[in-house]
Design a protein around this ligand. Structure first.
Ligand SMILES: [Zn+2]
Length: 406
């Protein structure tokens, strides 16, 4: 597909009825329609299943916290400009969360955790808020509320390598399932300017070497860039190239030497002594909003069947065929397929064209012949006629396709 025919996610989002903006709600605050929400929920289920398999536990936090939390975390001191201002109610001061880490830290700190219970991996899809100039907002790609598939890992030093490996494997799996090309930027410190960074030199070097080792072992294309690390730790940034050749920086695996110190976090070692855990921040998609913007453009709205908000459109040719069409609809729904019945009194050609414009992967056309034979005539969105099938045969075929994410 050439670039000049391609559409932006804003344009596709409107044509496919995935999300909308309202002047009263405000720019940078997307509203997801039922179809867009299907897509978002498929992503969330997908990632939560993957994380669950890798031993992550799920947590849940509110969207505000006392001002004190962000004083202690340092967010107020360093990032106040990007945060919504403090709000005061009934004599107490709260902040809309600019990050989820301080909340998750408070879950880790709720009781002394033994070395045997480490690592602790807390995952959650949750929204954090960022104040931006309205001119900087751009569809789903830059928003005021970012929903992250966020997670925080608290590990012993001897466990960090395995946690890096796990995080990389999860990302690799995701990138394969979404058919995305990528490379990783290993953002290291500037060795000539070590004073700029928190934490000790040996640990920095060790973490950076571990990251490079894991990336090499995983056969991932990466580039080490000195001076790109945050002051509080090295990180791996996932840079994805979509089908149109556009690069997107998605998720990050970030080591943090700062927050465990600030919050005096510890686990209890085999001698009963307090030890500082290594904290990692990681996400897979990064923000759902930005990831959605990216995949909408990457697939140009023609999502693979497992992601499509509507997987099958049923098109009866005349009203006589509606009863059988309804019957087919029920059977496909019981097979957990996302299916719609187009029983408007339009011509078959118009209904097929509309389904194709909506990029629905499969169309089932039902006329007198199909009713008579108790079969269905199947077409795909590319316009190919796949012929007559039994309903079971079609269900098996599409379920295989969904399972394989092809
Ligand atoms: Zn974090």
């Amino acid at each position: 597909m050439s670039n000049n025919q391609s559409k932006s996610h804003q344009q596709l989002g409107q044509e496919l009825d995935l999300f909308t903006f309202s002047d009263l709600v405000g720019s940078g605050l997307p509203l997801f329609t039922p179809k867009g929400t299907v897509l978002k929920r498929v992503l969330q289920r997908y990632i939560e299943e993957l994380l669950e398999k890798e031993g992550f536990d799920f947590v849940w936090i509110p969207h505000i916290a006392k001002k004190d939390l962000y004083e202690k975390s340092g967010h107020l001191e360093k990032f106040a400009n990007d945060m919504f201002p403090v709000m005061e109610t009934k004599g107490r001061k709260y902040i809309l969360k600019p990050a989820n880490c301080p909340h998750h830290i408070q879950i880790f700190a709720r009781r002394p955790i033994s070395y045997r219970e480490m690592p602790q991996r807390y995952a959650e899809s949750t929204t954090q808020y960022r104040s931006e100039q309205s001119g900087e907002l751009e569809g789903l790609a830059r928003v005021l509320g970012l929903t992250l598939d966020d997670s925080h890992i608290f590990a012993r030093p001897d466990q960090v390598k395995e946690e890096f490996r796990k995080a990389i494997e999860i990302n690799k799996q995701m990138l394969k399932d979404f058919k995305l090309e990528y490379w990783i930027r290993l953002s290291a410190w500037d060795p000539n300017n070590k004073d700029k960074y928190l934490g000790n030199e040996a640990v920095w070097e060790k973490m950076q070497n571990l990251m490079a080792e894991i990336l090499t072992q995983s056969g991932i294309n990466f580039k080490k860039v000195e001076g790109e690390a945050a002051f509080y730790g090295p990180k791996m940034d996932l840079i994805v190239t979509d089908s149109l050749g556009k690069e997107w920086q998605l998720s990050t695996i970030q080591v943090d030497f700062n927050l465990p110190e600030r919050f005096d976090l510890f686990y209890v070692d085999e001698k009963g002594e307090h030890q500082r855990p290594i904290m990692l921040h990681r996400a897979t998609f990064g923000s759902y909003e930005r990831f959605l913007a990216m995949i909408i453009e990457h697939f140009q709205g023609a999502f693979p069947t497992w992601l499509s908000p509507v997987q099958v459109q049923i098109i009866p040719i005349t009203d006589r065929n509606n009863e059988y069409a309804q019957n087919v609809l029920e059977q496909l729904k019981s097979a957990n397929l996302r299916v719609e019945l187009d029983d408007r009194s339009e011509t078959m050609q118009a209904k097929i064209r509309d389904a194709q414009n909506q990029k629905v992967p499969y169309m089932i056309v039902i006329g007198d012949r199909e009713v008579e034979a108790q079969k269905i005539a199947v077409r795909n969105r590319a316009g190919e006629d796949l012929g007559a099938m039994n309903i079971d045969e079609f269900i098996n075929k599409i379920q295989e396709e969904i399972k394989g994410k092809s």
